[in-house]
Design a protein around this ligand. Structure first.
Ligand SMILES: O=C(O)CCC(=O)C(=O)O
Length: 217
């Protein structure tokens, strides 16, 4: 494991998962993603001043726990289109999130309430944004990264946009002074697929999960 701190309160832990752990998480998520209603889909996105009908920037998306709806930027108990409750957050994922925090970014009392799962292909990217839709804004965001390495853009303490490579099988946490930093995703790097990525990510994709506490305790 190698721990990087690109800016205070933004920690990346490389090689957090070994190949067999990555393969197990990916097989599990692939299975959840197969659910025709609660699994991976390509959601509609809220219009903005540049686009009347923007497309969600990643190829496939799903949520565990509360559903973040890209159409209104709000968290919902049920999938807005169908009224069905999303997959629950599995206990193993809650425990993992709490362990990552205990080891690398102590934040007692963190309650995972929503997990956004983004599936990036080689032509996906995500523009700079701030995660400001959570009512709870102090709790850190935990990211789990599988598959290919990506170029992760982030704002430093002086408002300058910098970038860092975030590889597959790594985790990151941003909280505190970094919680409201602008961040975005550039393209993924060729030939960087982490061990344990196949067969789900066989075409050099990247899978990212962000674990969030959305509401105050
Ligand atoms: O893919 C990532 O690492 C981050 C996704 C993201 O920016 C977000 O969920 O707000």
């Amino acid at each position: 494991m190698r721990v990087l701190t690109p800016r205070p309160d933004f920690v990346i832990v490389e090689d957090y998962f070994d190949a067999s752990q990555a393969a197990q998480w990916l097989a599990f998520l692939e299975e959840l993603g197969r659910d025709p209603v609660r699994g991976f889909h390509h959601p509609p996105v809220k219009p903005n001043r540049f686009h009347r009908a923007p497309r969600y920037p990643v190829k496939k998306y799903m949520c565990l726990g509360l559903y973040w709806n890209p159409l209104d930027y709000l968290y919902h108990e049920r999938l807005p289109q169908t009224g069905v409750a999303p997959h629950e957050i599995p206990a193993e994922l809650e425990i993992l999130g709490q362990k990552i925090l205990a080891d690398f970014y102590p934040w007692p009392g963190f309650r995972p309430q929503s997990v956004l799962v983004n599936f990036y292909t080689t032509d996906s990217s995500m523009g700079l944004h701030v995660d400001r839709e959570e009512e709870e804004k102090a709790a850190p965001v935990i990211g789990l990264n599988f598959g290919s390495t990506c170029r992760f853009f982030y704002e430093d303490g002086d408002g300058v946009i910098r970038d860092v490579k975030v590889p597959g099988n790594s985790v990151y946490v941003f909280g505190g002074s970094a919680r409201m930093m602008r961040h975005g995703l550039g393209s993924i790097y060729a030939k960087t697929l982490a061990p344990g990525s196949g067969p789900f990510l066989k075409n050099k994709e990247r899978l990212n999960l962000t674990i969030r506490q959305v509401r105050p305790a």
